[in-house]
Design a protein around this ligand. Sequence first.
Ligand code: PEP
Length: 252
Amino acid sequence: MRRCLIAANWKMHGNVPSIQAYLETLIERVGSDDPEVVVCPPFTFLPVALLIASGSGIAIGSQNCHWEEKGAFTGEVSATMLAELGARWVIVGHSERRQHFGETDASAAARAKAAQRAGLSVIFCVGETLEQRDSGETLAVLERQSAAVAGLDPALLAVAYEPVWAIGTGRNATPAQAQEAHATLRRRAAELLGAEAAGALRILYGGSVKPNNAVSLLAESDVDGALVGGASLDVEGFCAIIHAAPGHRPGV
Ligand code: PEP
């Protein structure tokens, strides 16, 4: 069985006064039969989020980490520092990092390896642009971007399929488009990690997931959860998405 995983990517949003109420509501609403839930606030809110979520079933993660443990990398935060703080997850290779901050397949792979060395679980993001989809390159792009998982520990890994054209646009992939991409990613993971690890691998969909489309996306057999941006900022909406997911889904 794969336990579904619903992750909140707050991006560069949030503020200290609202975090307490948000997390307290989440802690109260999420039960042990529900999917696993991870909240990824900006770096500065991690200590307070970790304090509030301590002892609860809600895990806290970061939106990025550097690939070195320490050094002259002004403005960066290492995976070791995040692990020391108590964070359990890190999002790596998000398309906004690729688009705006020069993230490449190689740097994303290096960050993911560093995160796992520090004991963090990784949500590794892949996804095609609209131009790539329109020119029929989607599956090839996913195969290329997901090559990075070859060097990773499957026990500390989830993959997020996030079509770039669906992120923050209000235009989600259809359930069939998501299922096709996820099945390709699982096949690719079987080549890279072995069939057993691929069967257990959680593959999340991300891109304009909202309470009103979550049920149909999460009904697909290879969609094991969601990475939620904008809709995760409203705790009621985020809870609705969590409860749209089955707690577990049969593994392959
Ligand atoms: C994301 O940031 O990973 C994301 C999927 O954003 P949104 O849900 O807003 O499209």
